[in-house]
Unconditional design. Sequence first.
Length: 255
Amino acid sequence: MFLQTPATTDAAQAMGGNTNAEAMKQMGFANLIQHFDWLGWVVFVTLTAMSLLSWYFIISNGIRNATVKARADKVINGFWANGSTQDAIRELEAQPKGEPFSKIALDAASAVAHHQQTAVGTTGRLAETLSRSEFIDRALRQAVARESLRLEGGMTLLATVGSAAPFVGLLGTVWGIYNALIGIAATGNASMASVAGPVGEALIMTAFGLFAAIPALFAFNFYNRSNRVIYARFDEFAHDLHDFFATGSRVETQK
């Protein structure tokens, strides 16, 4: 048996430390991309698309919801503050195209006008079948459903990214570790330099999947709650509009 002198042991430790340090330097995202195969590229492109699309809807939904909430009180109070229905309608028509509360009120006013025209005309079958109240209620339901559906834009994608992105990243990690083990078995080299780099790079895909999923999941929960508040205001405004156009006066409720 050969005995290792202290000098030999120190040299081996220094050599191993240098090798490990070099392995850690080579482990990174840039080195990972260089070793992608076809499945690695599919996973990487999929996660990148998921992340970009989710951030697009996070920003766009945030701007849209903030705008709707900021203009809601102005539109609703402006409608009830007008002494003339015609003036109120003209003010609603001046609102931006994407403003939902004005569109709901305009649909109700349009339903009233259409019912009156068909009631006095020669083709009044719809007016005979539906009363004024039912006709207005039908128009308001359609308007509320349409505007509620518009608020749902991007929510399905956020939910999908939040639930699927970690598994897509995990697929990239499993595939990367599998390839790393095959490479180790082929070379017969199981040193830290040959193991740490490929395995560490594969784990980056899991982290990438989490980076895509976490913002999407938080955004989905936040906008889901925000949309429910707006839906409640849609329903409240629609009920007041129905009472106003059906009876000619708003029914005041205590809050």
